[in-house]
Design a protein around this ligand. Structure first.
Ligand code: PLP
Length: 342
């Protein structure tokens, strides 16, 4: 019944959920959505007998203002995951290649496989950075889409401006580059390319952001992509109709209007993440998680789970979300008790 290549499609593994455990496995925020967002969503819920605004005009207009772009340069989607997948759908098919750093967001290879394209994973450097020279070397005539992830999930390292410029200089103009900035609201060093500015220099560049992380709206699923109007129009062509619910549109709109409160919340994470990293010997991170490279992440995650802390194990390491000082202390207490050998 199924496509022959479907067997190669890896399943997306979500972060574990366990009642009463401290969930540090999906890079969510500990706080509920901002009060204004909760109210707006409750109100929007009253009208869900109607379809949402398919063009998401109000939200796209507000996002365009926020990014200093035009509304035709912004698309919204069912989480930025959907937009990443759409980016692959508009450019790649069987026999084509989709290039990305690895380890990175685990859905990139899945999105490549969905369209029958070949995922090409380029290992990060030892210190968790994009190996931009190796990535540029890996571009072939078949490369159709490239993902960059800054700050990178799960290593927490951001790309520098120089690395980005050197890399883009080697990308052919007809290859789409998705700069995935899912964690950009947590980034604090000056030296990183910002997609809203960079898209003016590179017509093949698309920025990808989300309301799931810093904005605390992971459950309603809304993300956005921005770039040149032709690319945005192409992304919208392959979108599922009405993919962003009216509740999600209302929540995102209200959250955008509460920028100060949002900054306050991200500051709570930023202020504590170096303390957490230092306590467990991890590198400092530009995102809301820390990364411990190890081949023994699975048993460590199991032991942490027995202590009521859910972390995320990958074959290459352990990722732990940084949230409030209280939750971070629960993790650190469990860590100290276990004294894991990595
Ligand atoms: C790097 C990166 N990009 C994109 C996403 C997708 O987020 P969402 O689909 O919730 O917007 C995630 C979520 O974990 C992520 O880590």
């Amino acid at each position: 019944m199924f496509r022959a290549d479907l067997a190669d499609l890896p399943a997306y593994v979500p972060g574990k959920v366990l009642p009463d455990a401290v969930k540090l496995s999906s890079n969510e925020v500990a706080h509920p959505p901002l009060a204004a967002a909760r109210e707006a969503m409750a109100e929007a819920a009253q009208g869900v007998n109607r379809y949402p605004d398919m063009g998401a005009v109000q939200l796209r207009t507000a996002l365009a203002e926020h990014l200093e772009l035009n509304p035709e340069q912004v698309a919204v989607g069912n989480g930025s995951s959907a937009l990443c997948q759409q980016l692959v759908q508009i450019a790649a098919g069987p026999g084509d290649e989709v290039l990305f750093p690895w380890r990175s967001f685990e859905a990139y290879p899945i999105f490549a496989r969905v369209v029958g394209a070949t995922p090409v994973a380029v290992p990060l450097t030892e210190d968790g950075r994009h190996d931009s020279a190796a990535m540029a070397d890996a571009i072939t005539e078949r490369t159709r889409v490239i993902f960059l992830c800054s700050p990178n999930n799960p290593s927490g390292a951001a790309i520098t401006r120089q690395e980005f410029a050197d890399f883009m200089a080697r990308v052919p103009e007809n290859v789409l580059v998705g700069l995935d900035e899912a964690y950009i609201e947590y980034h604090r060093t000056e030296d990183t390319p910002l997609a809203p500015e960079e898209i003016a220099h590179y017509p093949n560049l698309v920025g990808l952001r989300t309301f799931s992380k810093a904005y605390g709206l992971a459950g309603v699923r809304v993300g956005y992509a921005f770039g040149q109007p032709e690319v945005i129009a192409a992304l919208n062509k392959v979108a599922i109709p009405f993919a962003v619910s009216s509740v999600a549109q209302a929540g995102a709109l209200a959250s955008l209007a509460a920028a100060d409160e949002l900054l306050e919340r991200t500051e709570i994470v930023v202020a504590d993440r170096d303390r957490v990293a230092d306590a467990v010997g991890a590198r400092h991170s530009q995102a809301n998680f820390i990364w411990l490279p190890t081949a023994h992440a699975a048993p460590v995650a199991e032991s942490l789970m027995a202590e009521g802390v859910l972390a995320r194990a990958f074959p290459e390491g352990l990722r732990v979300t940084v949230t409030t000082p209280e939750e971070n202390d629960v993790f650190l207490a469990a860590w100290e008790k276990l004294q894991p050998r990595l």
